[in-house]
Design a protein around this ligand. Structure first.
Ligand code: MG
Length: 402
């Protein structure tokens, strides 16, 4: 009897442990711009497993391809500004702890074929097993990982756009077997002032199975934080990651493309920097409107303050950082239904955050509450930018609720 109880207990403990291990990831990271999942969300579902066909020999390169690695040497690669030092033997190059390598040439839109194999000897788990990655422009990562019977957070598994979107499928072969990525990368487009015009987009076939179709990226790859765009040149190197695991590569070739004529991504996908334009436009358009006739309104707000603003002793971000954060939170507010959740997560207002006012009492409030609030219909939102007199505490994202 005693043995039965203790063995039952062992089973329960094992089951509990299995649950804990089955959902690596985070619950305290920021929400991604679509408002559905957090960065590396522990609860985000994993895509279905699709067993690909068997591995075959190296895929022959088309005539117009540039061979980036054909097994003979690392002439197309650099390690920072020095010679690349990954181990080359038997037609493949292997990560060996000497750091990331990047192409000496620079690429914009392109079709990349790359073959990789995670170590046959399984060591580590989750992100620690067979981790590497392909970084376009050295910043937009298509994750390489041994995701064969190795659970990690969904936006970090093999074929994920790391920290942003899981692949449509898990088409991983067994550790040690050769795998292929065929990637079409469309570079992001920036305007003359550095604003984002179109996000980067990725199509990926993993072992011949579709993993992403023209999927927009939200910005440069980040760990535990939100991706964002920063303008860069139209071409840049491609980087392969040394994540400390001896991942092998062979047969890497690339075709340069010019995809400027391809249609824009539907606007349903919010992008952090696009919000900048939207927010500034929103402010200008709102302030050009006349005030509403209603005498009494109630607003909620998210205050994003900065170090040095009156009474804000606990805020350490700079004014520039506050503006940037406001743009991101504004982008979330446009898609999230839970405004109070945004207030709880971001507002620096230590008060209730919800304020009734009438036309007679509005002068007792921060001026921007009235200026913005009395231009909104119930349910609408606006933004009051920092202003020394009208909005001295920082940026306010204001929603009229009554
Ligand atoms: Mg990686």
């Amino acid at each position: 009897m005693k043995r039965t109880i203790s063995s039952a207990l062992v089973s329960i403990l094992a089951a509990a442990q299995a649950v804990a291990q089955s959902s690596p990831g985070y619950t305290d990271t920021p929400m991604l711009p679509d408002g559905k999942w957090r960065v590396h969300d522990a609860t985000r579902p994993h895509p279905p497993i699709v067993e690909p066909g068997p591995a075959s020999g190296p895929a022959p390169a088309p005539k117009d391809a540039i061979l980036l690695f054909d097994g003979s040497g690392l002439t197309e690669w650099r390690s920072n500004d020095n010679e690349a030092k990954w181990a080359v033997a038997d037609g493949c190059m292997t990560v060996n702890g000497t750091g990331d390598i990047r192409t000496t040439r620079e690429f914009g839109d392109c079709q990349l074929h790359i073959e990789w194999a995670s170590p046959a000897k399984v060591e580590g788990e989750s992100q620690g097993r067979g981790n590497s990655g392909v970084f376009f422009f050295e910043r937009y990562e298509v994750q390489i990982l041994d995701s064969f019977e190795n659970v990690t957070y969904a936006d970090g598994q093999a074929g994920s756009l790391y920290g942003q979107n899981p692949p449509l499928v898990n088409a991983c072969r067994k550790p040690g077997e050769w795998q292929t990525y065929d990637i079409v990368f469309r570079a992001p487009r920036f305007g003359p002032e550095g604003g984002l015009q179109q996000p980067a987009r990725v199509t990926l076939f993993h072992n011949g199975v579709l993993a992403h179709l023209d999927r927009p990226m939200w910005g440069a790859t980040a760990h535990r934080s939100l991706p964002a765009y920063k303008a860069h040149a139209p071409k840049g190197p491609i980087k392969l990651q040394d994540h400390g695991n001896p991942v092998r590569f062979r047969n890497v070739w690339i075709r340069e493309l010019e995809l400027s004529g391809t249609p824009a991504v539907p606007s349903a996908t919010p992008v952090a920097v696009e919000a900048k334009k939207t927010m500034d436009q929103t402010i200008a358009e709102l302030m050009a409107k006349p005030e509403v006739a209603d005498d009494s309104i109630t607003v909620q707000h998210v205050l994003i303050s900065f170090q040095g603003a009156p009474r804000m002793t606990n805020v350490t971000r700079s004014k520039d950082e506050a503006k940037e954060l406001t743009e991101r939170v504004w982008a979330k507010a446009l898609t999230a239904s839970d405004f109070k959740g945004l207030m709880a997560a971001y507002s620096n207002d230590t008060g209730p955050g919800e304020y009734p006012m009438t036309k007679a009492t509005r002068s007792q409030m921060v001026k921007a509450f009235g200026d913005v609030g009395f231009r909104l219909k119930v349910g609408e939102m606006g933004v009051a930018p920092w202003d020394a007199s009208a909005s001295p505490f920082g940026w306010h994202i204001i929603k009229r609720i009554k």
